[in-house]
Design a protein around this ligand. Structure first.
Ligand code: SAM
Length: 222
């Protein structure tokens, strides 16, 4: 559970730094009305992700884990008109809500949502000889983080930036004895990151309205 002070600070930062946005407010309302879990990134985190898209001058973004499309819309808005964002979502209901949110945000031309198991969609992308992506955001089922990192590396070029959400998990990530598949999967992913000479990696611990968690960040250097 988030500490009240973290939520207050998040609220202060969001209202001070991030302009009100009726489109994004409508996305959150639609997600809630459809009964989607409130596990999207916060506005402050989404702004950070959007800044990364700008910083790497991305034209192609891959997102694994769409939910209702909240992070998708933030990411896609930073792309140029001829940019492309492919987002992968397993749950049909989530995909339907996201597709409407993306259309309402005027981003259907840039965003392609593929519904199904991400591992299958990634294999399909490879079969289609998909071009590499400039930024890859991994935010789906955490036990599969090692699988998604491997796929991210296949779809990378030097300069690709890889972000993985929810990697701290209330601090449980440091528990080597954990048998929670989300923890063991994420720990394996960190080990892969640390051992791979193609990657320069770190992680940022975060607190805020969604509690104590964090992002893993990896730059593909070769
Ligand atoms: N990125 C979203 C945002 O910030 O707005 C939140 C994504 S939510 C944390 C994780 C999503 O991954 C859920 O919608 C869930 O249905 C989806 N998911 C879980 N397992 C999946 C899988 N095997 N393949 C694709 N999507 C999956």
């Amino acid at each position: 559970m988030p500490e009240p002070i973290w939520t207050d600070v998040d609220e202060y930062l969001t209202t001070t730094l991030i302009p009100a946005d009726p489109v994004l407010d409508a996305v959150m309302s639609a997600n809630k009305a459809a009964g989607l879990p409130a596990i999207d990134v916060t506005a402050a985190q989404a702004q950070f992700l959007q800044m990364l898209v700008h910083l790497v001058s991305a034209t192609r973004v891959l997102e694994i884990g769409t939910l209702g499309g909240y992070s998708t819309i933030w990411l896609a808005r930073a792309l140029p008109h001829d940019g492309k964002l492919i987002t992968l979502e397993y749950e049909e209901k989530h995909a339907q809500v996201a597709l409407k949110n993306i259309a309402d945000a005027g981003l259907s031309r840039i965003v392609e949502l593929r519904q199904g198991r991400a591992a299958d969609s990634l294999a399909q992308l490879q079969a289609e000889n998909a071009e590499p992506f400039d930024l890859i955001f991994i935010d789906a089922d955490k036990p599969n983080n090692p699988v998604y990192l491997e796929w991210a590396l296949k779809f990378s070029h030097p300069g690709t930036f890889i972000v993985v959400d929810n990697v701290i998990r209330d601090g449980k990530i440091s528990d080597a004895s954990s048998t929670d598949p989300s923890i063991t999967g994420t720990r394996t992913m960190f080990e892969q990151m640390g051992a791979n000479p193609r990657l320069k990696a770190t992680a940022l611990q975060t607190v805020g309205a969604k509690g104590y968690d964090g992002f893993a960040l990896a730059l593909v250097i070769s």
